[in-house]
Design a protein around this ligand. Sequence first.
Ligand code: GLY
Length: 535
Amino acid sequence: MVASQEALASEAGARILRQGGNAIDAAVATAYALAVTLPQAGNLGGGGFLVFWNQPEGRGYALNFREMAPRRAHKDLFLDADGNVDRRLATRSLLSTGVPGTVAGLLKAQSRFGVLSRQQVMAPAIALAEQGFAVYPVLAQSLRRAQPLLGKDPTARRLYYKDGGVPYAPGEILRQPQLAATLRRIARQGRQGFYEGPVARQLEALMRQRGGLIDRVDLAEYTAPWVEPVQGRFRGLTVLSMPPPSSGGVTLVQLLNLLEPFDLPAMGLSSAAAVHTLVEAMNLAYRDRNSELGDADQVEVPVERLTSKTYANGLRPLIQPDRHTPSAELGGLAPVPANSTNTTHLSVADSKGSLVALTTTLNFAYGNGIAVPGTGVLLNNEMDDFTAKPGVPNAYGLVQGEKNAIAPGRRPLSSMTPTVVLTAEGKPWLATGSPGGSRIITTVLQVLLNRVVHGLNLASAVIAPRLHSQLWPDRLQLEQGFSPDTIRLLEQLGHGIQPSRAMGSANSVEVKPEGGSLGVADPRRPEGAAVAERP
Ligand code: GLY
């Protein structure tokens, strides 16, 4: 079963399962296909994380293929002469690009755990890029909206628009021969096909011409290490998620620990009492997220303390049942609102019960909108996930601390939360994750709570209306679907309500106890699909 944010990519992964591939083969095939069919977030020029439960071995793994700051990056990279953050530099220039990690990550995962050949798993993506695919309505609309960004870069304009910069209409065929050639090169040569040779040369030349920092040494030195998943226990279940440089796993486990003793089902799904409890816990967890987390390879990150039950027990009394604690009482600075919700998540279950949760991103939709000439590769603007200036918010409104300052070779703090859950008996059960910037962690939390605590089936758990709070701004964001009387009660408790557009896209899979699996593509993004191994 493969659930992803784009139907052709899910089908590519399912086809790989039918050919005898395992969950890793299928996840990697889907991720490469998303680089073709979901260019806003699927990528070769970005990065991501993977959490894997290898059922034959009974062991979990996490893979860190987050982008790295180039060697010449420094703390004040995005500050202007007056010491203010230059948002254009941080998000739209080549300085905003971190050394891409996706290709290294997908190759590393597939070469260690895949059972098919690299050529086999990359074949669907190569075919989609070479032969093209019919532009689906959401992509047509997305590319029309992105025209002011992508139209500015001559290379990106040629890749994603017709002659004269005319947008594709739904149903027209989008071919990406340069991307197909890059994919073929990777299929043939592996890592060398991207981090060395013509792709690396083109990337370095672009950086040199247009003020970027990445060079061939940065590319050659890029690493995608295997790391231990963050592990939590929640009501007997085991939760495996992504450790730093993601804040996702630590914050998710901290939230589950904080919420474990509350009788949320008695309060009722989406009731004012349950929403209030979640929000107060979220604000406490995001207070730590914003100051304590960073790239654990370079800074001290107290993962054990933050994920311990003892720590949660100490914090929990701060959750008052009858009053929202204003953020000013908890600390922090006033940020700008969140404005980008991209990134993409896919989940896979194979017939042996292995599970993959894989989240990948360019940061903003289409990254910084700049493509590498001759390669079909669009570049990320992940450097904006660093703290450009401690205390000043990034694009997601997250105010972060010194631990996430820009430094050579460091990876920016992320919210991506690919997560796998095992049953109380240690059997594989669920894989989930989401896009959504700072809302990723709370989206994953709610999918888990809806399924585990409220007992909803997987589809309902994914569909149920979502909320989000991250300490600052001191606002409770609510999707559609909360009743006016609930909102009134929340206001009486002191919450400032902010209606929100759809949050996340939690494409999830579940292993059924009687065998087989279920998959749900989050209907918030209509282009997604869950595709079974058996059609
Ligand atoms: N770029 C979004 C994240 O990594 O959380």
